[in-house]
Design a protein around this ligand. Sequence first.
Ligand code: WTA
Length: 652
Amino acid sequence: MPTPDPTQAIEALSSESRLFPPPPAFAAAANAHDRSLWDEAARGHEEFWARQSRELLHWFQPWDTTCEWNLPDSKWFVGGTLNVSYNCLDRHVLAGLGDRVAIHWEGEPGDVRTVTYRELLDDVQRFANVLKSLGVGRGDRVNIYMPMVPEAAVAMLACARIGAAHSVVFGGFSAQALADRINDASAKVLVTADGGWRRGEVFPLKAQADAALASTPSIEHVVVLRRGGNPVDMVAGRDHWWHDLMAAADAECPAEPMDAEQLLFLLYTSGTTGKPKGIMHTSGGYLAQVAYTFKYVFDHKPGTDVYWCTADVGWITGHSYIVYGPLANGATQVMYEGVPNFPANDRFWSIIEKYKVTVFYTAPTAIRTFMKWGTAEPAKHDLSSLRLIGSVGEPINPEAWMWYHEHIGGGRCPIVDTWWQTETGGIMISPLPGVTATKPGSATHPLPGVGAELVDEQGSPVSRGGGYLTLTKPWPGMLRGVWGDPARFRETYWSRFPGRYFAGDGAKLDDDGYLWLLGRVDDVMNVSGHRISTTEVESALVSHPSVAEAAVVGANDPTTGQAIIAYVTLRGGASADEKSLRDHVATEIGAIAKPKTIYFTPDLPKTRSGKIMRRLLRDVAEGRNLGDTTTLADASVVDELKRRAEAAAPED
Ligand code: WTA
């Protein structure tokens, strides 16, 4: 057994030698095809961002100071004024692009709508007037609790138009979660729908909202979109139908100049403990960052690309890469309401074929699910329109990357594995697809304009091996704080390593200087003094041909400190035994990382945004009582795992 190296924050065990340079034709046509953006950013960090902001956005009034940085507080484009909805809509229409499709929307039952930039602008102006008529003004908060329909984007952009901040709550969250978020933000208005379609049924949103509204004194009005057609209770004076208010609203609502630092939105993220934090994002810096990253990471070609991001608008990915980034760039995109397996497991691939999607952005959890469903599903469809594919939300296991590359990307599409967070606002670490040679499972390098560094326990930079991922320079899309809790902002992100933003993620640098994300640092195990990342053991398991998905946790162990426990889901039709998987891990990354126990399970507990809940699995493995499981997408998975763990435990 190797001797633990006490200077290594996390040990780097696996190595990956496959390298995928950008295809020459892709590189030749790419928005970035050489290192000039990195060179420019190295010459002047602020000037780099100032140029992006000037060229990508329309400013009513130019700024005086590019960046004011008093750690941890930053202000960008100080003194400048702009309107975010003007940047996403008006300027495209004024440029003669009013007939361009903004959104090809597809409902889960198969109903479709095509929304042009002109139509989107019309709806946003009317809805902005609706909000005004309900007493919403600059600085107020509006909660949005909607299915995946164009009106969700309309409501967000209408808030931006009049300087109100939106707080979108994912439609799958419970009444209690909604009430907590409304109350924390003291929102005045709630925008919701009767219901939306999911897995062939209407899920009732208004009923959930009603339950929340019993304890949300700040809400004065509720706007209800008709989508599901399910019966709802309307409270006279408080509840209004979207279509009634829109029919009565004025058609024009000019975009007023807003300060660059005007609060654009709050988005609540649940940390590992405690109540959710309202992450604050402001207007100018955030929009500059998402516009820039959308243009270069997704190599956006206006007028020809058809882009599709499968996230929900309730997550940061939906905010930045469905609403603000794409619309600021005048993109044409697909928006889909439902699940990937309705009416069958090939729904996504049929949508790509139908709309000739060129750029596709999804999550590793989805990719691993597609692996489980088998290659026959994508093979039923012509996916040749795709030219670039992306991933976000979790580390992507090398084998999942390879599967995505071959079976979705047809072996020809570059993959952008994009690392970022609700807090960063936009993508921070990612390949530029026309420049970066990729390695399966590595997010590669910080983007031009981003300072990222690994450090050890003491905060000293690490140039090779494992460490903690920190951000060293302010960036325009950075969070401006935690709503109502400046102390928590400082404590959570700025206290662990002085002078640095600590993201909470572990990573390693390989010999070629590529960054590999290793998951949240609470997901690091300590086995006989070795700090081993759950991600690496999971990737080793997923590289076995029978395994679709794996979750690994460290459980207390009297001899080794922690023992590695793995939960494994097999690919459709495949079989494997515990011993062969343990041996496989030993071959892939070493005997030290062999799981002590492997449980086979049909599914894994995940948050509603698709991240594996390792904390819960640790509780199961250690036989602890499980606390709140309401943030789980499917709580029954855990009951099943508990049953199996108890059945496997020796009797005493
Ligand atoms: C994880 C989602 C590895 C990471 C945009 C981060 C990733 C957290 C990646 C933020 C990636 C996101 N590789 N890990 N490409 N992208 N993560 O706030 O742990 O929902 O800290 O933002 O997801 O999740 P959030």
